[in-house]
Design a protein around this ligand. Structure first.
Ligand code: GLU
Length: 323
């Protein structure tokens, strides 16, 4: 893969040079997540649609793999990324400065919502031989709690807080990346893994096919309270039969993936990105099974807590999706 990268880049620059005569070239980057997750596909799909119009818009889009939600929001705040994917709870906390990751000067008031994407159930997968049938059975076990910068690590901290636990309640709380955790489960270096992610996805498929494993429900009064008290959480179900070893629906709770940017990003750039997605909506939906149930109405209306970026608003108004 890496060997081919310089060649591809050179080709891309060469193409860009011809197009530049029509429009000034502008680069944008989208922060995604691990390569085995769905954010990576969201970013790659959006870029693919945006780059079809480079000749007329001048915009060239790339979507590298990153640490996930918190890393993306921080990179947008620092001006290192133009846009990114982030969980609805992370969008809320970043904009409001209401969680430890975004307290004080880490608060990001210029965060802007573009649209929401697929639902992301908080997903726990355990090795069958670890005998973990409920979330409470995780106590004293070896758990991969999510890499630094990921949404799952932040949401896991919230769940632990709600239950009155700490990371110290696990025999091991490892912070492997999504791309590494399925192998760790298979190698028996951990008993369970956590991932806030759209379904179906390659990472959970890998985890449940390399070793006998089960999905673990995340439910009970503490979870009910989290969902009741916070607009960015909802109950979620991972349907039976989606992964090997899961022959019943798995109840949990979850967030929505959202697409965000900064108020500092020009209106016409956000407009072009939104137009590329919604003018080609059927094509976009076909790029991942987790996008199957998306509708423009839900993407504009649900999961966002930061104000909409004016470039997105302009397109939605033209479509009659908002007033
Ligand atoms: N929800 C995860 C995060 O915020 C990423 C999931 C994915 O990559 O699809 O870090």
């Amino acid at each position: 893969m890496t060997i081919f990268k310089p060649v591809l880049l050179t080709a891309a620059f060469a193409l860009g040079a011809t197009a530049a005569s029509a429009q000034e070239e502008r680069f944008m980057t989208i922060g995604t997540g691990g390569q085995t997750g769905v954010y990576y596909v969201v970013g790659q799909s959006i870029c693919r649609l945006v780059n079809r119009d480079t000749a007329t818009t001048g915009i060239k889009c790339t979507a590298p793999s990153t640490g996930g939600s918190v890393a993306n929001v921080n990179a947008i705040k620092a001006g290192d990324m133009t846009m990114g994917v982030a969980q609805s709870d992370i969008q809320y906390h970043a904009y409001n400065g209401s969680s430890p990751e975004f307290e004080g000067d880490k608060k990001f008031e210029n965060l802007r919502a573009v649209f929401s994407v697929h639902p992301e159930p908080f997903t726990v997968v355990a090795r069958k031989d670890a005998n973990i049938a409920t979330f409470d059975d995780l106590k004293g076990k070896r758990v991969n709690v999510g890499n630094p910068g990921s949404g799952q690590l932040a949401t896991m901290e919230v769940v632990l807080g709600a239950k009155g636990w700490t990371m110290g309640d696990f025999a091991l709380a490892s912070q492997l990346k999504p791309a590494e955790q399925a192998a760790a489960l298979g190698d028996n270096t951990v008993d369970a893994i956590i991932y806030t992610v759209g379904h179906p996805n390659g990472s959970i498929q890998e985890a449940t096919s390399t070793v006998e494993a089960n999905l673990v429900p995340v439910e009970g009064p503490e979870i009910d309270a989290l969902v009741e008290e916070n607009p960015y959480y909802a109950k979620a179900v991972i349907p039976s039969g989606m992964y090997a070893g899961s022959d019943a629906d798995t109840n949990t709770f979850g967030v929505k993936a959202t697409f965000v940017t900064s108020a500092d990003v020009p209106e016409d750039m956000v407009y072009e990105v939104v137009k590329a997605v919604f003018d080609n909506f059927d094509r976009f939906k076909g790029l991942h099974p987790a996008f199957a149930n998306l509708t423009p109405e839900s993407m504009v209306g649900e999961g966002n807590s930061a104000p909409l970026h004016p470039g997105a608003e302009k397109y939605y108004r033209e479509q009659g999706w908002i007033q």
